[in-house]
Each structure stands twice: as C-alpha cells, then as structure tokens.
Design a protein around this ligand. Sequence first.
Ligand code: C2O
Ligand code: CU
Ligand code: CU
Length: 546
Amino acid sequence: MSIYSRRQFLGGMGALGAAAAYPGAWATSATPSGLSTDEVLGLEAQTTGFSNPLRLPGTSGLFGVLPATDFKEVHVVRSEIEVLPGQRTPVLAYAVESGGKTFLNPALLARQGDQMRVKLVNRIDQPTVIHWHGLSVDSRNDGNGLHVVAPGQQMEYAFTVRDRSSMYWYHPHAHGMIPQQAYHGLASLLFVEDDDEAALRKELALALGESEIPLVLQDKEFDAQGRLQYTPSPAQSFGGWVGSRLMVNLTERPVLKAERRIVRFRLLNGSNARSYRLAFLQQGRALGFYLAGTDGGLLAQPVRIDQTFLSPGQRLDVLVDFREAQAGRPVTMASLPFDPMHQEGGHDMGAMDHSQHGAVHGAAAPAAMAMEGDARALMRIDLAPSGTPYDRRLPARLSSLAAPLEPGGTPRRMRLGHDDQGHWTINGGVFDHATVALTVQRGARATWLIENAERSMPHPMHLHGFSFRVLERLGSPDQIRPLAGARGLLPQDLGVVDTLQVWPGESVKVAIDFSHPHSGDQDYVFHCHTLEHAEAGMMLRYQVKA
Ligand code: C2O
Ligand code: CU
Ligand code: CU
C-alpha cells in the first residue's frame, strides 16, 4: 500500500468497528471507514486532470446496445480501437453485424423468456468459446470450456433466457487462454429484463446510457505504442495480474456528466484479479447510496450503504440520488484503500508484487506503481441541474425476492488452498477438465461451506449453471466485519449471486438449488474468478446427475 501504510489503515478500521452498526445506518455526512477528511479530499483531487468523456453504450460500434434476438452470428476477431486518446490499441473483440451496422462487444438486451440463437465463429488463431456468465443454461450452451471452438471453427448456441432481471456478462472460457483473451478485450454485457425490472425503470424514469449507466471496471498496462501488455511473472501468474491503469468502460481518467436526480450505475468488475472498494465522495465526505441488486438481479428492498467491495466477476446494481449531493461540485467515484490480503503461504504477495511492478516500470513515478488496495479515483462525475423536474422517489420494494431457505443436513465443505508447486486447489485438488471432481443430484438443495485458508488470498468463487444465496459469513477479516450485519452477511450477500468473495480465514455458507429443466447429466465448473487463480488450478468440474 503506497499511500496508506497497512498499519495506518488497520488502525482506521479498528476505530470504525466501534462506530458502525448495520450497513445502511451510516450518515451521509460521515467520512468513510477511518479515512480523514484530508485523505478523502486527496482522493478527490486525483480527478482534477480527468478529462476523457466516459464511453457510453451507443447505437452501434464498440459497446453498442443490441437486442439479443437481432443477430445470428458473433465473430471473435482481432481489431483495433482507440482506448487511449490518439492511439490505436490492438484488441480481441466480439464483432456482430446487425441491421447494416457493425457492433464490437455489443451490450445485449434480452427479455426473460427470449430464445437466444447465435453462432460463434472463431476468426482468431487460438481456441475460444463464449461463456454466458450468470445465465442458467444447460452445460452445452454454458460454454464452460469443457468443449472449445478451434480456430476457423463454429459453434451454435440455442437456449432460453430463464434468469431474473440483471446485468450478466459474456467472456471467453477456453482453459489456458481465459486471462489473456479476457484481458485483451473479450468481455461484454448482457442485460435481462423481467417485470420487476421494467417497473423500476418506469418508476425512476431510467434511460440506458443517460440515467442508467453500465460501468465496467478494469485495470490494464500499456506500452508506449498503446498496446496492451500482459506479461505476468511467475508470481503474478500465481497471485494474479494487476494493471496500474484503471479504466471504466475502457476509458482512462473518465468524466461523466450526470443530472441531479436518481442515477443507476450497473457495475461489473471485469478485471482479471483486482478488487475495488467502491465509494462516492464529495468535498471530503462519502455520499450515501443504495444497493439495489447483485449478480442475479434486484434485492427485495434497496439497502443504504456508503461503500462496497466489488470482486472480479461480480456485478452490483447501485442507485445514487445526486439530489443529496451539493450542486456545482463534482462527485468522485473512487476505490477506497484496503488491505488486498495477499498473504499466501506465509509471505506477503502484495509486497512481492510491489517490487515486480517497480521493475516493470523502471524509473516510473510512484503513482504509476499503484497496487490493488491503493486509494484510487475511478471517475469524476460533473453534476448539472436536471433538465426536467425530477421528483421520483426510490420504491420501498424492488422485487419479490424471498429470504433464502436453509436446507438441512451437513454442509459440503469446499476448502480453498494451494499446494507447494504453485497451484491453487479446491479440496486439495488441481483442475483437470477430464475429471468430474464432484457430483450432485438434479433437484438437490444443498449447502456448501466454502472455507478459505487463513494465510491465503481472497478468492471470488464462481459457480456455473446455478446462482445461489449466501446464508452466513464466519471468520471475516477486520476490514469486512464492520460492513456486515446479522450472520456476518454483507449487503451484497442479501441478493442472488453467482460469484462470492471469500476472504482469507473466512468460511461462507451458501444455499444452492440444483433444480433445472434440462435433460440428461449436466457438467459445469466451479472456480475462482481471479482468472490467473483459475488457470493455476482453482477450478473443479462438477456434474449434476439427471
Ligand atoms: Cu465469468 Cu467461469 O466465468
Ligand atoms: Cu460464469
Ligand atoms: Cu482465487
């Protein structure tokens, strides 16, 4: 941690622990989590030079919005886009032709019940496959990498979108290629709309790209020509690749103009390995906001918070009422400092990464060596008065989501660890795509206890095929406990999730319903969404027996 020492940071957390009740109880005026007003002001000051308009979903091109039923083919291609102003960056992309227009990495719109029929055409020189992250589809359409599409080959997807309203995403899943291909650009969004979702959009008068903004958080490295660098050292191949250049929707140092009204942000952490501790800051203070939904859609009620962690693979649906902010002053979306807890096997991976970044950047200024957990501004939001009078209020009820049922029986233990040969393990095993490591019965309601080792790294564990509910969090570290309520649960644990951050020393109990409408045995994977960890073994194949 370059700006705040770990000691300073933990000291701050201690003080917070005494003050915090349940998340949501915090006053809008408080400085967040033991940061001094000066530290918050310092974070806000980082945005002074921000000047690039945030890339927004348009009607074509990169990130264009496209109904999921309006195209027949998606081509995986090499392309070039302007990521950094004035430079062409070679990328990998999903290219789609529709209605005479070309889309790159389109943001897809689907309605619950839609039939997706799309042919993947692999036009790059590596195997690839599309995985629809968070959608509950049969194993053939899941694109989990047990079958991949060779260069020049094709694959047909055909499935019904059965999931709740939410922002899902799609990305590659050919084992051995996942971190490189995702990092080089293969990732985009898929929105599913149901009746609750339509009601909320109407109630708050939300319009995608205006008052409803998808935000994809990523961290990259570039060379002087603007080419993406992905050159993990052995330690980074194990610990995770963290870039020093933070991007929102592939915009570095972005500015968003927003009206003083309720604005909805739909966040995806699309980074390979970096987590963020998200907050909205103005004039030395944290602006309270509302968590409205998680990976798998809307919560039952909005929960007021002033910060939240966001781990690789996770999505959050957040409502900020900018009428609570002061007019005429910008708001900063930031990642607050935290301890990344890179403490695998007794040595501090964080410290190790620091020296390596030093080597990568040579004589670069310390600011360019910022690491995971450092205080970083992500985006400046310039506020303008609402053009039309806005008097909408947040609804008290967002969806009919029921409290999770707790199945009886002894939970199945899923132990996260590592061996001494540089592999991450689940229950002592390293991923083997040919081996079914675990079977469950179709229709079973199971509890899993996901246990992370004490000296370890955080692992955002992701289940294919089924989203799940979080029942209890035990043994949370000092920086997490103050954010938790009953049973140690964080606000984001109250929703439907498909990716769950498990911090070192934690045991998290989850409930999974393995019911599905598909016929035959179904094969899926369960893995860490720190993409390098998955490649280094932290993935297992499981089978749902018909
Ligand atoms: Cu988003 Cu298997 O992953
Ligand atoms: Cu997935
Ligand atoms: Cu991991």
